[in-house]
Ligand binder design. Structure first.
Ligand SMILES: Cc1cc2nc3c(=O)[nH]c(=O)nc-3n(C[C@H](O)[C@H](O)[C@H](O)COP(=O)(O)O)c2cc1C
Length: 304
């Protein structure tokens, strides 16, 4: 079997060369990684969240290392949709095979305007972030409520032909129920999931380490939790699922595929190993060769 046949994956009508994508916020616009890898080799680049207006994010400290992971409370810092389209997107288009733009907002109208702005931008799809744990308005406030999530998806679906992937929050009682509601509202795919709400304390100062007090936990520590989310979501919906959370080796990546993910986003580990995505693609190809299988056969192939 050819390597390309072994690795390719489909999400709706989009075909990707391989199932290894970047996770939003860990690849600003890609240029940070120029010295380490060719973005063309990745299945897709998922951008940092883009909002309608420039957003400063939260005050520092806004990241802290934890056991096998990190907490972040960046708070969606970005230059806004106008700057993104004019300055960040053109060079990214030259470098990446597929571009998925992550969209965030404080209210429905923000999401609507950003999606309208991206309609003719030539990107391949949109990942709608209704799950940021680090902002007071919007973000997770949508994602923890099935009704508000579904209403937003319904509105966005009416104004774009671009595939809409909805990135869910894991900080809910029943992620499968929310997945079902957004699928019914028109989601083309579901991304499970964003970071887990956490906290760290400086015991000498007896104060929270993050200025925001709480932050989102990512990295290897969360993989079993994210895997459970992917499994529950994939069991509940018919649309494709994309996994996010704690991938540091092909063991976690393949577990996500078996649990039902058609592709896997790699986040925090890019900071410790900037070319990890390339290593994962190579190792996945080798593993498939040794096991005489291919990615499309692995998706949802968990035996119970
Ligand atoms: C520093 C940092 C910034 C992030 N920013 C965003 C963001 O802007 N939008 C978003 O949807 N997710 C964001 N995330 C969440 C990641 O995309 C990913 O879903 C999460 O970190 C879990 O994957 P990981 O364990 O592989 O990092 C961010 C994560 C980190 C570590």
């Amino acid at each position: 079997m050819r390597k390309s046949e072994m690795l390719e994956t489909k999400i709706g009508k989009l075909k990707f060369n391989n199932p290894v994508f970047t996770a939003s916020g860990t690849y600003g616009s890609g240029k940070e990684y120029d010295d380490f890898l060719s973005l063309k080799k990745l299945g897709a680049v998922v951008t940092k969240s883009v909002t309608l207006k420039p957003t400063r994010g939260n005050p520092p400290p806004r990241v802290v290392e934890t056991a096998s992971g990190m907490l972040n409370a960046i708070g969606l810092q970005n230059e806004g949709i106008g700057y993104f389209i004019e300055n960040l997107l053109p060079p990214l288009k030259k470098k990446a095979d597929k571009i998925i733009v992550n969209v965030a907002g404080k209210c429905e109208d923000d999401y609507i305007e950003v999606v309208k702005g991206l309609n003719k931008s030539g990107v391949d799809g949109l990942e709608i972030n209704i799950s940021c744990p680090n902002v007071k308005e919007g973000g997770m406030a949508f994602g923890v409520c099935g009704k508000s999530s579904a209403r937003l998806v319904e509105k966005l679906k009416k104004l774009t032909k671009l595939p809409l992937w909805i990135k869910l929050s894991p900080n809910v009682t029943d992620i499968a129920a929310i997945a079902r509601e957004v699928e019914a509202a028109g989601a083309d795919a579901i991304v499970a999931a964003n970071t887990f709400l956490g906290m760290a304390i400086d015991i000498e100062k007896r104060r929270p380490i993050l200025a925001n007090v709480t932050g989102g936990l990512s990295g290897p520590a969360i993989h079993p939790l994210s895997l459970r989310c992917v499994y529950q979501v994939a069991s509940a919906v018919k649309c494709p699922v994309i996994a996010s959370g704690g991938v540091s080796s092909i063991r976690e990546l393949i577990a996500f595929l078996l649990a039902g993910a058609s592709a896997v986003e790699v986040g925090m580990m890019n900071f410790t190993e900037p070319a990890i995505t390339i290593r994962l693609i190579e190792e996945l190809a080798q593993w498939c060769k040794e096991h005489k299988t291919k990615v499309s056969e692995l998706v949802g192939a968990l035996e119970k």
